[in-house]
Design a protein around this ligand. Structure first.
Ligand SMILES: *Cc1c(COP(=O)(O)O)cnc(C)c1O
Length: 344
């Protein structure tokens, strides 16, 4: 963390190429890349899927009327600061705004890297009080930022406070640290985390090249400790919006016991227009995966609705026609199959 690349000058030196015309970009979303993640770059240009995810580009400064600063209207759905409560049974806690590396496709660019969004002990007390008054919340997702950038002690104080709420059954962490800073997954950290089970972790591998030996070891450590791992990939134009590449990514994940959970369309956030893919592309990728991969390896394609409508799953049309007594379906090969409704 201390040796992260945070200036364009240093980045240009590390990559051994000039970086002109993007001087204004880090003022909007900070620049930070771990030396480890930078080491995965093979060719220092925007065709490289690692480079493109973390190196600023001029296109980020273009603003569009159909995009938002807070696309999921999270700030409006916080009953107490830092806690987004949108679904009846689960809530999302923004515990820190720090990440190990800042993804240029970030959907929380409005807070990323800003200290004011960190969770103070007083705010944590407010969150705990809210959860105690709302026992319908059984599942709390600790995200940010990346909660695994906090010290073990700070993270544990949050997990312990949440565990202290009797109605909270499941804890989840949302963090890209296994991908961008896998050496953070130490024996000590894992020993602490396993005390707060059932605890699930969702991470974000976007490209098979990110599953290095180090990342694989980090995942294995967590899973061996009884912490199931899921993955939330973001569809990114030119980076992973390809059926064969996505098949390879999903196979790689399952082989490392990481369950592909969501495949997200890019949120409608300012600064990511150049990364967005058409809905048809996501559906085409899903169509490709079905039949070629086992169900365990197939994520749910989802749009997180602008304005805070929640996640909406999308499927290719397997339902061809519907009548009162029978439904016509289509299998993964395109073959039509009839399903009669029950007679009674
Ligand atoms: C994504 C999200 C969740 C969790 O949704 P799951 O479908 O259960 O993974 C919960 N709350 C908010 C606000 C979210 O954005």
């Amino acid at each position: 963390m201390r040796r992260r690349i945070t200036s364009l000058r240093r980045l240009a030196a590390v990559l051994e190429r000039p970086l002109a015309g993007i001087e204004q970009v880090p003022a909007r979303l900070p620049l930070a890349i771990t030396p480890y993640y930078a080491s995965l770059i093979r060719r220092p240009d925007y065709d490289d899927p690692i480079f493109a995810q973390v190196v600023p580009q001029g296109a980020e400064l273009r603003r569009f009327p159909h995009l938002f600063d807070d696309p999921l209207a999270e700030d409006e759905h916080m009953p107490v600061p830092g806690l987004v409560h949108r679904y009846p049974d689960r809530a999302l806690l923004l515990a820190t705004s720090t990440c190990a590396s800042y993804c240029r496709h970030c959907n929380r660019q409005r807070v990323a890297g800003q200290r004011r969004a960190a969770l103070s002990p007083a705010r944590l007390q407010q969150v705990v009080a809210y959860l105690q008054e709302h026992p319908q919340v059984r599942d709390v997702i600790v995200s940010g930022g990346a909660p695994l950038t906090m010290s073990n002690a700070r993270l544990e104080s949050i997990l312990a406070a949440l565990r202290g709420v009797a109605s909270v059954e499941i804890l989840r962490l949302g963090t890209r640290v296994p991908v961008t800073l896998p050496m953070r997954i130490t024996g000590k950290l894992v020993a602490m985390l396993r005390r707060y089970r059932p605890l699930w972790i969702n991470t974000q591998f976007n490209h098979p090249r990110e599953m290095t030996d180090l990342a694989a070891a980090a995942c294995a450590r967590l899973v061996d400790a009884g912490i199931p791992l899921g993955n939330q990939t973001v569809l990114l134009r030119g980076i992973n919006d390809d059926p064969l590449l996505m098949e390879r990514l999903c196979r790689t994940l399952v082989r490392h016991r990481v369950r592909p959970y969501y495949l997200f369309q890019c949120d409608l956030v300012q600064g990511v227009e150049h990364f967005r893919t058409p809905l048809a592309r996501g559906l085409q990728i899903l169509e490709h995966l079905r039949g070629r991969l086992g169900g365990l390896a197939i994520p749910t394609l989802a749009v997180d609705a602008a304005g805070g409508g929640g996640k909406i799953p999308l499927l290719p049309d397997y339902l061809v026609s519907r009548e009162a007594d029978r439904t016509l379906l289509r299998n993964w090969q395109g073959r039509l199959v009839e399903y009669p409704e029950p007679r009674e």
